[in-house]
Design a protein. Sequence first.
Length: 244
Amino acid sequence: MTADPADPSPPGEYCDSPFLPVSAGLIPGPAFPVPWRALLGDVLLDADSWADLAAMTRVRRWKHGDTPVRAGESAVAMLALCEGRVAVGKGALSGPLWLDLHTAWLGGRYEQDLVVSSPSALVMEWPMAVAAAWLRGHPPLLEALIRAVAAQLRGKHSAINDLTTRDATGRVAAWLLAQAGAAPEIRLAERKRDVAAQLSISPETLSRTLRQLADRGILAVQGYRIGLLDRVELLALARYRTPV
């Protein structure tokens, strides 16, 4: 990851890894600064292995507007967003999650810029120069990474399927439920035209759909705040598939 040549400030601020007590033993890894449980699941390793991970990985804190990853840059590390939010293309991603697990394995180049859209973000880099050889001796970690790649592939396949089988209302309903989680409302952190682009609909269609759902008492829309009033109906709309 490189800095903007015109920017004299250092490219991200490194964060220290936490000290691991001897009692760390066979437990999921520490939550700070790398949320290993969220990234790998409940992988059980001994304290020496967790210490190896802490030594191999680098965590940097980036400021709003920074570009931790630039398109065309050689991929030399697996990347994870530990905390914060980044804009990618016309969408956005919130941590913790893997940002890129495959490009470095293929010796390729990153395809898109990642720009920090939250006040700050923590990005973990796991350099392939040390990871590949180390993972061969740690099958549980390698298996966990394969599961993570498979989950990403399933998510991409599901997203493509949703775009080809749901109508605009179904796409909006599914997106709202995914963004809200258990919260009763969401605040749009992106412009509506960017949200519309993610859903492959026009900004006008997005606004009209939100208005219609509000008229039906399913949503309460006030600017960029959207309250989910009827989750049952939203779920029904999200599950609807357009007949082929």
